[in-house]
Design a protein around this ligand. Structure first.
Ligand SMILES: Cc1cc2nc3c(=O)[nH]c(=O)nc-3n(C[C@H](O)[C@H](O)[C@H](O)COP(=O)(O)OP(=O)(O)OC[C@H]3O[C@@H](n4cnc5c(N)ncnc54)[C@H](O)[C@@H]3O)c2cc1C
Ligand code: FES
Length: 255
């Protein structure tokens, strides 16, 4: 993991609400794996704390993240322009590919809202002997990003795109129609959604690996601010930023 000041290469609007920011880093491009995140200090003065962002794609030495403007950090980030620099720390956390090999037929990717972010990079590098089916859920169509994904099924809460309802309802509906063989789930999004999808997956005896998005201060295992309670084992708590962000959902309490 390194801290670097890197130049912004480009900005693209993927929808009216989602921005893709691309910067260059030879180091990060050579070591980062799908599911890992970077911690960005968006400004020298304010806000002081870094903000974590999943790696959305790597192409050569170009790395991109996606975000929608939510608060202070993303507002500052959205005002950056090509040629400006950002201060990044990464790659942080574990990666999805560690959990990709095994005895199953179809990888089920489920992204809620901006939780879609790690999946294009994961899709690109997923073991080629596995089929991939992707489910995306969001409040409305401007929050849906399909770039770089395979076999995408969409749900929106307001019915503006795809299935009208939650992403879990979409998954349940689709699983009645298709036989995906033995499945393994890889999920990212709001905790409530991940808890529900993990229950569905575990009830069908599928392993489910969730990338957790707890609030983070340091992002590198120093402040103890991102603890999550485990389901037994040798430790009562785990640090999401360092021991995760990806956990098998039976091993942690999602709440
Ligand atoms: C491992 C990890 C990976 C992440 N990857 C991405 C990513 O790829 N793209 C991305 O856009 N964001 C991602 N996030 C969330 C991101 O780090 C920021 O928290 C988020 O963008 C808001 O930052 P902000 O400074 O704009 O908002 P803040 O000023 O920090 O917050 C403003 C308000 O929004 C609320 N809020 C903060 N975050 C969220 C959220 N995620 N959903 C709903 N409300 C929220 C806060 O509680 C507060 O009320 C990730 C978080 C983690 C932990
Ligand atoms: S965010 Fe500081 S230990 Fe995880």
């Amino acid at each position: 993991m390194r801290q670097e000041i890197v130049p912004i290469h480009s900005f693209e609007c993927l929808t009216n609400e989602i921005l893709e920011l691309t910067f260059t880093s030879d180091y990060l491009a050579s070591v980062a794996k799908p599911g890992q995140f970077i911690n960005i200090r968006v400004d020298n003065n304010f806000p002081l704390l870094r903000r974590p962002f999943s790696i959305f794609n790597i192409d050569g030495n170009k790395i991109s993240i996606v975000f929608n403007v939510i608060g202070t950090g993303t507002r500052v980030l959205a005002k950056k322009r090509k040629g400006d620099t950002i201060d990044i720390l990464g790659p942080c956390g574990n990666d999805f590919l560690t959990f990709a090999n095994g005895e199953y037929d179809t990888a089920i990717f489920v992204g809620g809202g901006i939780g879609v972010a790690p999946f294009p990079f994961l899709t690109k590098h997923f073991p080629s002997d596995k089929k991939i089916t992707t489910y995306l859920g969001a409040r409305h169509k401007e929050l849906i990003v399909t770039k770089g994904l395979k076999n995408v099924n969409i749900s929106t809460d307001d019915g503006s795109d795809g299935f009208h309802g939650t992403v879990l309802d979409l998954v349940k509906d689709d699983f009645k129609k298709h036989d995906y063989g033995k499945t393994r789930f890889f999920i990212c999004g709001p905790t409530r959604m991940m808890k529900a999808v993990a229950e569905f997956a575990n009830n069908r005896n599928s392993d489910c690996y969730a990338s957790l998005e707890t609030d983070m201060a340091c992002g590198i295992g120093l402040c103890q601010g991102c603890n999550i309670e485990t389901n037994g084992g040798t430790k009562k708590y785990a640090l999401v930023c360092k021991e995760g962000t990806i956990f098998e959902t039976r091993t942690v309490k999602l709440q």
